[in-house]
Design a protein around this ligand. Structure first.
Ligand code: NAD
Length: 250
């Protein structure tokens, strides 16, 4: 039976764990050939093995999203391994939970380099390959904190807000070339970013402020990303999709 992404090649950044890994597994199950990029080599290679063990097709590439050379090499690997590129998921990101006065310039630059510049570079070096395929789909992972305010997360919020508007800018620039660009805005999702990086009290407070009263699962984000990646979303571009258990509806 044909999958929802049969025949397509997808590049996912930050694919070694968390939401990126869930997307890589789901995309492969739906027939995509997946290029999984991450700085975490062992985890990324293990993910690719598990996809292959279950009959899927995937290749790991060591990708640092802050590096132009690394992006160029990753897109080259996609083209030399699978012959084309149809989907880019800019998923890699890091969290930062400090406010304006507490954030050092070094910390600011690092968060912006990974979360915002990384998304820009991903689009810049993937778009020529998407164009060659006759069009494609880019999904940029922002956050509820790329839309609404929260105290003490200045650099992360700046970076995720940039992802939201870069998405609309690129959507407008490439609409005539059949390249769709959309952003996804997860609420709190159970991944290592949260289990290792968010203090217990804060986690509880976010869950309490979430109308569904729970954290989301990486697979629940992956399902929305899959829809946007597939041809089912053929009339969807420049849009922002909340996957937040109702958080921003209040
Ligand atoms: P995660 O920490 O589990 O995964 C992030 C991945 O990005 C890791 O595999 C990490 O190695 C990779 N990464 C970090 N820096 C990189 C770099 N320079 N180059 C390449 N890869 C790099 O977190 P996650 O929750 O799966 O996050 C995925 C995305 O979702 C991120 O953009 C995050 O900001 C966003 N997000 C997460 C939540 C949440 O609650 N978990 C909420 C909203 C948005």
């Amino acid at each position: 039976m044909a999958g929802r992404l049969t025949g397509k090649v997808a590049l996912i950044s930050g694919a070694a764990r968390g939401q990126g890994a869930a997307e890589a597994k789901l995309f492969a199950r739906e027939g995509a050939r997946v290029i999984a990029g991450d700085i975490l080599v062992e985890e990324g290679q293990a993910l690719v093995r598990s996809i292959r063990d279950t009959g899927g097709e995937a290749t790991f590439v060591k990708l640092d999203v802050t590096s132009e050379e690394s992006w160029k090499a990753t897109v080259e690997t996609a083209l030399s391994t699978y012959g084309r590129l149809d989907i880019l998921v800019n998923n890699a990101g890091i969290l930062s939970l400090t406010g304006v006065e507490e954030t050092t310039l070094e910390q600011w630059n690092r968060v912006l380099a990974i979360n915002a510049t990384g998304v820009f570079l991903g689009m810049k070096y993937s778009i020529p390959a998407l164009r060659k395929s006759g069009g494609g789909s880019i999904i940029n992972i922002s956050s509820i904190w790329g839309i609404g305010g929260v105290g003490a997360s200045i650099a992360y919020q700046a970076s995720k807000g940039a992802v939201r508007t870069m998405t609309k800018s690129a959507a407008m620039q490439y609409v005539k070339e059949g390249i769709r660009v959309n952003s996804v805005h997860p609420g709190i999702i159970t991944t290592p970013m949260v289990t290792e990086g968010v203090p217990e009290e804060m986690r509880k407070a976010i869950i309490a402020a979430t109308p569904m009263g729970r954290e989301g699962k990486p697979e629940e984000v992956a399902n929305v990303v899959l829809f946007l990646a597939s041809d089912e979303a053929s009339f969807v571009t420049g849009a922002e999709y909340l996957v937040d258990g109702g958080y921003l509806a209040q």
